[in-house]
Design a protein around this ligand. Structure first.
Ligand code: NAP
Length: 505
């Protein structure tokens, strides 16, 4: 073992042990002890973050870019150990951890160049019109300013890219906001070593220690206290609908409510249109099975639902999916709790009336095997629970009788991260009829692809109407995600010497 976690919290530059500990539950390798978070530590971390804001919030973009690039370097310097502990804790394969590390460092560097370019500041200037009648116009300048300390909750299924130094942390630090991370109890050792990398970068640049803290979990009061702390000004959360909703409600009920940017789950429906089904039903069925089982189906963008119009071609699509799924062996899930929730979800779908089990298997312990179910459009429309996420490799075919019924299904959807259309030239008309509906339902619409795999880019939207996310106007992936941690400030007739650096002549 190249890395043995010490199990401490990182509070404003100091590693702190705890009286109580919790044991990690790795999929393989030894379990380790981690200090349980406390409300007192939340207070210390949040106050230190507020103190740090007075320097970090007013730092130059070049300095913050340096910090982000250095964090990426420090993560890379620990690559082997991160992959080792990450693989053990999550059960995800080594190649996946290596890939995710590249995505994480790439994201940090992408934000560095994004803030250096400066377009995100959205600088606006209305010049004074002193002679305007009937009243003169004042000089108005506007720029985006950082919001203050940000709390970050990462998800179990992306221990790097959506976690301690993941997209939320990168975006907040890029904006000029200190960060307090609530460590995920599914990968505390991975969280610790990544926090070590961030802290090393911070020390090298001599930044205020309150710029970054990590509080390990093991106690749900930590998360609740963090989102309610008066010094925390926004929350970035990636995780389940239940957890996200509970924390969102706490944020809304604060004396000073704050924005809660929750990126939650989704069933990511695919609409398989008739000509495409005819031309390549078999390939589409196989492709769906591949996307559905990738990473044991533990992706927020997992395409859990396929809507197809009844026909012999639909049979080909379904048979191909079933055949491909039946060849997928057991895969380790992220935690015992997630494996149990998967089986409970399977039982819920299997126990719903009007649902047929096409492929059954035997998921046991921490392993997941795929399940495939089928139902009619009528049953789907009568039972909204069929549209709730089952986190894991479970697919549901919704077989409809007509294009009209397909549109009715689309209209009945709740908010989604993604919706996909598989179409050929002959499907253009039905595709056109679906687009205005899907646009109202999802943050991202794809044609002839699979939604797993979210590009970190300028034009990416990873979000969507509730319950896909709690803020439909935002994204948690891509450069636009920085806007979550900024707010516009207008400066009226303010002398140049008093303006923020980014607005001075
Ligand atoms: P989770 O159980 O909601 O946990 C996320 C974090 O929130 C953890 O730190 C957890 O603490 C904390 N938490 C949850 N409920 C809480 C509560 N009631 N009070 C205080 N803290 C609470 O989610 P997960 O299992 O890690 O992740 C899987 C889910 O995330 C899936 O539904 C998946 O679709 C979704 N996801 C979404 C995206 C996206 O970008 N939209 C990306 C990846 C995953 P503990 O450490 O104590 O558990």
């Amino acid at each position: 073992m190249t890395f043995t976690p010490h199990g401490k919290h990182l509070i404003a530059g100091t590693w702190i042990a705890g009286e109580k500990t919790f044991s990690s539950e790795p999929a393989s390798g030894p379990s380790h002890e981690f200090a349980v978070g406390t409300v007192e530590l939340v207070d210390r971390a949040a106050k230190a973050a507020e103190e740090a804001f007075w320097s970090y919030g007013y730092s130059s973009r070049a300095d913050r870019a340096k910090f982000l690039n250095l964090i990426a370097d420090e993560i890379e310097a620990r690559a082997e150990a991160i992959t080792e502990i990450g693989t053990q804790e999550t059960g995800l394969p080594e190649a996946r951890l290596n890939g995710e590390r590249g995505r994480t460092t790439g994201q940090l560097r992408f934000f560095a160049s994004h803030i250096e370019a400066g377009t995100y500041l959205d600088v606006r200037h209305d010049e004074a019109l002193p002679d305007r009648q009937p009243a003169p116009r004042p000089d108005l300048k506007m720029v985006q300013r950082p919001i203050g300390p940000v709390a970050v909750f990462g998800a179990s299924n992306f221990p790097l890219a959506f976690s301690t130094a993941g997209g939320d942390t990168a975006a907040a630090l890029a904006a000029g906001c200190p960060v307090v991370v609530k460590g995920h109890s599914a990968h505390p050792g991975t969280g610790e070593i990544v926090a070590e990398a961030i802290n090393a970068a911070r020390e090298k640049l001599g930044l205020h220690p309150g710029v970054f803290s990590l509080i390990q979990g093991g106690n749900r009061d930590v998360g609740s206290a963090l989102v309610q702390h008066p010094d925390i000004k926004a929350v970035g959360f990636t995780g389940s609908l239940g957890g996200g909703r509970a924390l969102f409600d706490l944020c809304a009920a604060r004396p000073e409510p704050i924005p809660f940017f929750g990126e939650l789950g989704s069933v990511n429906p695919m609409f398989v249109l008739p000509e495409a089904t005819r031309a390549r039903g078999e390939a589409l069925g196989k492709g769906w099975a591949g996307s559905l089982t990738m990473g044991a189906g533990q992706f927020c963008t997992n395409p859990g639902i396929a809507v197809v119009i009844d026909s012999p071609d639909a049979d080909t699509f379904v048979s191909a999916a079933k055949a491909a799924l039946s060849e997928v062996g057991p895969q380790t899930m992220l935690t015992d709790g997630i494996a149990k929730a998967y089986r409970d979800g399977r039982d819920r779908i299997a126990g719903s009336s009007g649902v047929e089990e096409l492929l059954t298997s035997n998921s046991e312990m921490r392993n997941a095997t795929p399940y495939l179910f089928e139902t009619t459009g009528e049953t789907w429309l009568a039972n909204h629970e069929l549209g709730e996420e089952v986190f894991g490799p479970l697919g549901l075919v919704v077989r409809v009788t007509s294009e009209d019924e397909m549109q009715t299904i689309a209209k009945s959807l709740v908010g989604q991260l993604t919706c996909t259309i598989h179409l050929d030239d002959g499907d253009t008309a039905i595709g056109q009829s679906l687009m205005p509906i899907l646009e109202r339902k999802a943050g991202r619409i794809l044609a002839n692809g699979f939604p797993t795999g979210v590009e970190v880019a300028d034009a990416m939207v990873h979000g969507g109407p509730y319950p896909a996310s709690t803020n439909f106007g935002h994204t948690s992936v891509g450069t636009l995600s920085i806007r979550r941690f900024l707010r516009p400030v207008s400066y009226q007739n303010i002398p140049d010497a008093l303006l923020p650096q980014d607005l001075r002549n």
